[in-house]
Design a binder for this molecule. Structure first.
Ligand code: F6R
Length: 253
């Protein structure tokens, strides 16, 4: 079932409220964080709402899904910079509790193993936020990635590099590779919210609906997860049959 919302602002409202509820019930919640355009209105609403409620975020722990190889945390297009810009610079976040893969790690393979292990040392992810690429990737797990993968280095597909070129200056080169948490790391999360907005995501959502679980469409692995919600706006839902769309905005439970 796909949970359909009228627009991105109602999705932001809903996901932000879900995050706030989680943090209230478990201040040291371990959040799996995503970046990208989909998350921007959600983080903006969360910052606003957390501020209004004077929510204590000092115990919150987060692990980001991915980072570009070669970009240090100070690079303006790194995901570390994205997280500071959209979240960490607000509300007294404690940076030592917020983790991202290091795109400039000396030994990338070793770093990946350590990153997956660190997530587990913290008790695993309680709530994982996910966007989805137009080719079905989650994190940067491109089509063909093994379902049992852990954190690893990935060569980005041409499609993903073109999609993400909108975040870079006109003639800048989008990095060719990235570190990403693996599909098994994602599936280990206790709860998952996948959010897809805009008409560019409509074809891949239709593919998700029409296909069985297949490594060719990485996010189909989520069909095996016991606690996942797919949250979609009307534009992204435009190719889905009504029979699989739930339009009631129920209270977050
Ligand atoms: C980013 C990430 C990616 C994005 C996906 C969608 O941390 O994990 O899987 O969620 O590429 O990106 P947007 O939201 O920009 O369409």
């Amino acid at each position: 079932m796909f949970h359909i919302f009228p627009d991105t602002s109602s999705i932001a409202e809903y996901v932000s409220a879900a995050l706030i509820d989680k943090i209230k019930s478990k201040p040291g919640v371990v959040l799996g964080a995503a970046t990208g355009g989909t998350m921007e209105p959600i983080y903006a609403r969360f910052v606003q709402q957390a501020h209004q409620e004077r929510l204590d975020l000092s115990q919150l722990i987060s692990f980001n899904l991915d980072e570009y190889v070669g970009l240090g945390a100070d690079h303006p297009k790194s995901y570390a910079a994205y997280m500071r810009e959209h979240l960490f610079n607000y509300l007294g976040f404690n940076e030592s509790r917020h983790h991202l893969p290091d795109g400039q790690a000396k030994n990338l393979e070793e770093h990946c193993v350590e990153y997956s292990a660190k997530v587990q040392q913290h008790g695993g992810i309680d709530l994982q936020l996910l966007g989805v690429g137009s080719n079905g990737h989650i994190g940067f797990n491109e089509p063909g990635t093994a379902f049992d993968s852990r954190c690893h280095v990935v060569q980005l597909s041409e499609r993903t590099r073109i999609d993400n070129s909108r975040f870079f200056a006109k003639n800048a080169i989008v990095p060719a590779s990235a570190i990403t948490m693996g599909l098994q790391d994602i599936m280990d999360a206790r709860e998952i919210l996948l959010i897809a907005t805009g008409e560019s995501k409509a074809p891949i959502l239709a593919e998700y609906y029409q296909n069985d679980i297949t490594e060719a469409i990485p996010f189909t692995v989520l069909k095996r997860h016991p606690n996942v919600k797919i949250i979609v706006d009307e534009a992204a839902a435009s190719l889905l049959p009504d029979s699989v769309c739930k339009r009631t905005i129920e209270a977050y439970v």
